[in-house]
Design a protein around this ligand. Sequence first.
Ligand code: SAJ
Length: 420
Amino acid sequence: MSFTTISVVGLGYIGLPTAAAFASRQKQVVGVDINQHAVDTINRGEIHIVEPDLDKVVKTAVEGGFLKASTTPVEADAYLIAVPTPFKGDHEPDMAYVEAAAKAIAPVLKRGALVILESTSPVGATEQVAAWLAESRPDLTFPQQAGEQADINVAYCPERVLPGQVMVELIKNDRVIGGMTPVCSARASELYNIFLEGECVVTNSRTAEMCKLTENSFRDVNIAFANELSLICADQGINVWELIRLANRHPRVNILQPGPGVGGHCIAVDPWFIVAQNPDQARLIRTAREVNDGKPHWVMNQVKATVADCLAQSGKRASELKIACFGLAFKPNIDDLRESPAMEIAQMVAQWHAGETLVVEPNIHSLPKALAGHCQLVTIDEALATADVLVLLVDHSPFRAIDGEAVRQQYIVDTKGVWR
Ligand code: SAJ
């Protein structure tokens, strides 16, 4: 059976671009979300998240009648579940949204449908989804009961797109397809081939689940190595950026860049899923998380030491001193402040500092609640003209473009090596 109607459950950073990609290939797509505001916004042909080029694709799809949003699931040939999987206080994965999504689509499932889990999940989550569906629909058969003959096919296919480049990577990246049976994988590949230019690489659901967690843990461990080097180099009086540049001239060395810590909703979260399931084996992965999570506190100590130097040299009182934090986003050239180490550091600075804390963030128009009232949002020029201490937290392009001559301050904490 080919796919005419497709339903995407969860219209966030992954679900909405995916729904729009299918709709742009003239499939009838219904996006489902519990957020009424998101549903209304999309049905007006607008978007509620920031991602380059997504607005145009959604507008065309909605105006063409191929994409609509709803708060209630409808019957479809294929379902993609793309809801959040955060972790709980103890770093255990929280599967409540996935469970709710599975239980919401179960009543409208029809024989022959394909269900795909895309959300980053612990190993075994796809089998769990199939179990929840089977529990709600004893009238249908599922792969764990009927194998290749099942009425409903179930697969895990992780998204791997980079925020800021979603519309390109969604189409071009290869896709890992983890069906519960070979038939499930074949049908899932057929579905993605509707818009995919990359290749569908087939495996089973547990390997596909682990593959997604592995990719982000690989990056986390490698960033932790760079962050650990930055601590060691600070103690040894060595410029870590020069060191990494030199080491990377070796043909088999490719060290990533240190920074204020690791942010975003993926790399700082996903490794914990492996740790939670394998606490005794995942020692390196756990330590990497701890190294990266500890970095903002180390940066804060650098700020305190730099301010102490500035006070001693200038003879000013702390209340007379202005500290300017450059950048709040979780990585360069985006406006996303969620899970951002730069935000965490700016908050620590504002709470600790007796004088004024300035913030420069060219990608936002007003300060988030956590900082409003404690800091002032200013332009690059204002900060450079009035601040005593500069703290560079994100390497946004406009910060990189600042002429070295314009930086007259000698008290600088530069977490990205921009003003070295
Ligand atoms: N970072 C460093 N040093 C580096 C590279 C990154 O400190 O050398 C920091 C960034 O500043 C940021 C964090 O790491 O705070 C994460 O940024 P990122 O650009 O590495 O990744 P994300 O979170 O935007 O997207 C990742 C991607 N995963 C990989 O590259 C393995 C993306 O492909 C995934 O789809 C996404 O996670 C996800 O949704 O899982």
